[in-house]
Design a protein around this ligand. Structure first.
Ligand code: SF4
Length: 212
C-alpha cells in the first residue's frame, strides 16, 4: 500500500477540482481526470494521455489508483468466464461473465468472504475479511465489460450482485458503485438491468426500497 497517498477514486469531483485549482491548473482538468476514471475506467495516471506527462507525474506523486486486476480466469464450454480478481491488498474475489442468448451478465462480489454462513454456499464457509470499496466493485464490472467485448464482441448488458458477500451488509459502497456504474459521467449502464441479490436483510431491504 502506498503510504499516505489517497486513492483518487475515493474522493469527490469537488475535491479533485479543488486540488487542481490549488496546483494552478485550469478547472477542466478535473473533468478530464473524472472521465478517465469513471467513463474510460483508467487504472493508471499514465493512461490519461490528454494530460501532459508532467501533470500525470504530479498526480502520481499525490494520489494512487488501487485498481483491481484479473489474477486468473477460466473459460467454460458454456462460454461463462470465471475470474479471480486480485485486490490491492492481495485478497482475491470472484466475478463471472455469463453469456446467454439475450444478455451478457456480470456477476460481481461485494465482500471478501461473507458476513453470513448460508449452508449451501462455499463463500459462507469463508470468514468476512472486509467489505469491498465502491471502486473495487466498479472495477469488476469494468473488467468484465472489457472481457465481454474482447472475447465475444458483445457489450455487457446486465449486472447481478450475486458473487461473494452479502451486498446489503456493504450498503453504502454498493449504492456508490451503482451510482458510478449507471451515471452518465460513469459507465452509463441501465439501472433497470442491475439486480442486487440478498439473503434477506429486512432492515436494509426497506432502506433500498426507499432509495431514490
Ligand atoms: S449471503 Fe450469499 S455469499 Fe454469503 S453465505 Fe449466503 S449465499 Fe453465500
Amino acid at each position: 500500500m502506498s503510504g499516505l497517498k489517497k486513492d483518487i477514486r475515493e474522493i469527490s469531483f469537488e475535491e479533485i477540482s479543488a486540488w487542481f485549482k490549488a496546483n494552478g491548473e485550469p478547472a477542466f482538468r478535473a473533468r478530464q481526470v473524472w472521465e478517465w476514471l469513471w467513463q474510460k475506467s483508467a487504472r493508471s495516471f499514465g493512461a490519461m494521455t490528454n494530460l501532459s506527462k508532467a501533470l500525470r507525474e504530479k498526480l502520481e506523486e499525490n494520489f494512487v489508483i488501487r485498481a483491481v486486476e484479473v489474477d486468473t480466469f477460466q473459460k467454460s464450454k458454456d462460454r461463462t468466464i470465471k475470474n479471480a480478481f486480485r485486490l490491492f491488498d492481495g485478497n482475491i474475489v470472484e466475478g463471472v461473465l455469463i453469456p446467454t442468448e439475450t444478455r451478457m451478465t456480470a456477476c460481481v462480489s461485494s465482500q471478501v468472504g461473507c458476513s453470513l454462513t448460508c449452508k449451501f454456499c462455499a463463500t459462507g464457509k469463508l470468514e468476512r475479511l472486509r467489505n469491498l470499496n465502491a471502486d473495487e466493485i466498479y472495477d469488476q464490472v469494468a473488467l468484465i465489460r472489457e472481457q465481454s467485448e474482447r472475447e465475444y464482441g458483445i457489450p455487457l448488458s446486465n449486472i447481478v450482485y450475486m458473487g461473494m458477500g452479502e451486498p446489503l451488509l456493504n450498503y453504502a459502497n454498493v449504492l456508490k458503485s451503482i451510482e458510478r456504474i449507471t451515471s452518465p459521467d460513469g459507465l452509463g449502464m441501465s439501472p433497470q438491468r442491475i439486480t442486487v441479490s440478498t439473503a434477506g436483510i429486512a432492515k436494509m431491504i426497506k432502506s433500498l426500497a426507499m432509495t431514490k
